[in-house]
Design a protein around this ligand. Sequence first.
Ligand code: ADP
Ligand code: MG
Length: 682
Amino acid sequence: EDQIEFIKATVINVEKHQSTSSESFISNSKLKEDRKALPIYPYKDALLQAVHDHQVLIIVGETGSGKTTQIPQYLHEAGYTRSGGKIGCTQPRRVAAMRVAARVSHEMGVKLGHEVGYSIRFEDCTCEKTVLKYMTDGMLLRQFLREPELAGYSVVMIDEAHERTLSTDVLFCLIKDVARARPHLKLLISSATLDAEKFSDYFDYAPIFKIPGRRFPVEIHHIKEPISDYLDAAVVTALQIHATQPQGDGDILIFLTGQEEIETAEDIINHRIRALGTKIAELITCPIYANLPTELQAKIFEPTPEGARKVVLATNIAETSLTIDGIKYVIDTGFCKINSYNPRTGTESLLVTPISKASANQRAGRSGRTGPGKCFRLYTEHSYTNDLEDNTIPEIQRTNLANVVLLLMSLGINDLLNFDFMDPPPSEALLKALELLFALGSLDKDGKLTKMGERMAEFPLDPMLSKMIVASDKYKCSAEIISIAAMLSVGNSIFYSPKDRQVQADNAWMSFHIGNWGDHIALLKVYNSWKETNFSTQWCYENYIQVRSMKKARDIRDQLEDLLERVGIDLTSNVNDLEAIKKSIISGFFPHSARLEKNGCYRTIKNPQICHIHPSSGLSLVFPRWAVYHELVLTTKEYMRQITELKPEWLVEVAPHYYQLKDVEDSSSKKMPRGIGLASSK
Ligand code: ADP
Ligand code: MG
């Protein structure tokens, strides 16, 4: 141990190494051949040797070299699962975890969910047989609650480490400890970027294994003048490529920022291609983003039909997490959506932000994987050089930490200010998280986890949602509250409104948003009505409700129901007592309360901040005097989303340590009589 400190990262040079693989028989199977053609294949034995020799290994290799799909299989074949231990591989993104598991199960010729499975929040596709488990980094993090030493794993691979998500960064800290306690656990940290020294330094100078990439030259084009509408420019560029470049010579990949943009771009492209009719070859649009339904995800990997061209419209999921073969042209808008958090006001926002130089180079690289490629950047060279940061700031330094702090505290880690983070979070954000957890009752005055905190940590949800659920015990409406929590967890994809039937859709929507029910109660009404029809798909169609989202909500609800039992809360229903339901909501969300101002805007009560009711809310025309909101999002304005009306005295009732009467006195109604009195006395 003492020695290692002085060894500087050794780079294992395997460039000239040739594989002497035992797999010498020639297989007819195309899949086997494809596996052997991957850049990682010649280094298989060297890699296995390095894993054998070292407990911790940093692995660096270009996207598409085979790190994610091959390394776990190599280790499995080499016997690392023989004594019953699993190989776990983390991914920052849900879609990547699912797709990669699907691919590997296909390569191994086994059914997904058997030997090869995946686990993402609220969806576990594994069984006792599973030996290769792909999962989100967040899921492995939560595994520490049940298995603090990860005893079920013989190998853990933290993949896509360069992404530096919050969960990955926290995993680094925890897994470093576990590795010290379990000398036989193998730990692999893999990354697509070359700045692996930092990982090596952090893991006590672990050796770096470089997989030499095959990369073809990529011609980079920048635009001459800045443009105002990158979406339109991206569509135009794609159509230009399609029209002018030789038919069938390669597909196009466009990087956009999110689902909405992707859908818009898809519509425009399809519309323009249809308008051109037979004058132009077929152009197939393939969207890919985080919430794309599973059954549509496989489309991007299907080979492009003869004579046609594919245009993949992706978020930065296609930057390094997923490799799509056959891409020759990359269109880089230069933007991505990242979350940022203002610890002072507690506002979280998903902002469209310029990417980093590192991202820009990764994106460009996607075009040169199988042959020379071209990358069209929709920003100027000057902008690339002068405006883009070198690297994206790690998520831990720009996000709400309440969730992670609660988890770490329930693992017995109390001194977070001196915790061994690779890059420490701002202390202001840590304190803010502790403050919130204290307000929610999960920490006591001495900063120790309370019984309430322990129960809250059982739920894989934000602390406010967990608190709302635990509080529903007191108000005897846990059945309703877990329905609401499940519906909120699905996101904003319950209602839909087709362009050609907007009136009918609006009417359906209104039948769930009566008077001042508010959005939480509306979600509950939707869920309960659907349940009454015995979860009918037809009912969803008739009411312009997304059946897919509802099924997801039902799955989540089932799991929340199991968790209720775990923390000893009875399932009790109190569907007609809206006040009890609202009080439970407020018990978790009281820090998110706002009051209507004279000018028609809202102002949050603590940490005053001006905000507005989101137009999609059922209360957007009601303007309640007092409101509690689920989230505050910054788009064109600061919007409160998912809102319920409240009585100010409820705030004092559920959170007397947080709100005093003077905070919630209705100043306007108090002052008015006095004003009138003054006027009359003059
Ligand atoms: P890395 O993790 O190094 O970026 P992967 O292991 O994800 O690379 O991918 C290696 C190769 O496997 C890809 O280049 C691609 O050819 C193939 N591949 C991976 N996933 C899929 C999939 N879902 N469908 C088809 N091919 C895939
Ligand atoms: Mg990978």
